[in-house]
Design a binder for this molecule. Structure first.
Ligand code: BMA
Length: 296
């Protein structure tokens, strides 16, 4: 989907939430100054969006949220409230921020519960034993490493019980497609067999890094338990809009919308330039992750 007709130069790793017949978006855009910003959008068909000005981010006390850039949002509904989880730089290094919205345009940023450097965070849409659960990817300035961690919180502010959930490359497993790092994608999808986690995984090549999309399955009652993880990518850059762009060979999923019949629509950033849309089903994702389970 080529969204460049808007005034924004690149529109890619974005969050889209479907509710009451409307697709609400929180787009990651870049204007020609190269600065990542978050912009709201609205659509009836999930493809053609109206755009707004960059979102209004306020602190809980009503003052402006001061940051230098914000990017890679995910939108999640927990306990009837809509939250954006995104990465922003406030202290000279990116960290994970949570912001609540009622209209998808005005966002109240909660006090930061994570230390820099940390990115690729997403909340589970349900609480477990009364606690919010978050996936995130602690890293470092160079970010040439990274694994997915799981944490919980009683109030979305104080986060703890940090544990390694999923590692990337394991030499004896030969999963080279995720050699450099991995990061959680959209909010996990609840299924009868567990939580489906769509994520991105990075391979190093002689040219640059290649970002593919993978899938894992977490235990339904205890999401700290990894049940299965694909030994190969679900999608890798192949189409011209994925292999050619501002940053070639990048697939970066931030949204997975599913309906009651199990259809799944994945929106992913393509080459840091456009948004791609891929269709699948919960059954197909479950079949894939079980058939190609790295740990079977
Ligand atoms: C990551 C993030 C993503 C981006 C990707 C490829 O580190 O910055 O937003 O899509 O790099 O450039």
């Amino acid at each position: 989907v080529d969204l460049k007709k808007s005034k924004y130069w690149h529109v890619f790793n974005s969050a889209i939430f479907f509710e009451d017949g409307v697709y609400h978006a929180l787009f990651r855009v870049e204007t020609k100054d190269g600065c990542p910003r978050l912009v709201p959008g609205k659509s009836k068909d999930g493809i053609n969006f109206e755009y707004g000005e960059p979102v209004c981010l306020k602190n809980e006390d009503g003052t402006d949220f001061q940051y230098s850039y914000a990017y890679d949002p995910r939108l999640v509904k927990v306990d009837g409230k809509i939250y954006a989880v995104f990465c922003a730089d406030v202290y000279g290094g990116p960290s994970v921020y949570i912001a609540e919205t009622k209209d998808y345009v005005n966002y109240t940023v909660l006090k930061c519960g994570f230390l820099p450097f940390n990115r690729n965070a997403v909340l589970f849409p349900e609480k477990f034993d009364g606690k919010y659960v978050m996936l995130s990817r602690p890293s470092a300035p160079s970010t040439n490493f990274g694994k997915i961690f799981i944490s919980d919180s009683p109030d979305l502010h104080y986060w703890g019980n940090h544990e390694l959930l999923m590692t990337n490359f394991e030499p004896e497993k030969r999963n080279f497609w995720e050699r450099i790092k991995i990061g959680a994608g959209p909010a996990p999808i609840k299924t009868k067999e567990g939580w489906l986690l769509i994520y991105h995984a990075v391979q190093g090549t002689v040219n640059a890094w290649t970002y593919s999309i993978g899938v894992a399955l977490l235990d339904l009652k205890n999401p700290r338990k990894l049940i299965a993880k694909g030994d190969r990518y679900l999608m890798t850059p192949e189409e011209s809009y994925e292999t050619i762009g501002f940053c070639p060979n990048v697939l970066f999923p931030c949204t997975a919308i599913h309906d009651e019949e199990g259809h799944v629509t994945i929106y992913y950033g393509a080459a840091d330039t456009n948004i791609g849309v891929a269709f699948t089903t919960i059954d197909k994702l479950l079949e894939f992750v079980k058939k190609y389970n790295l740990y079977k």
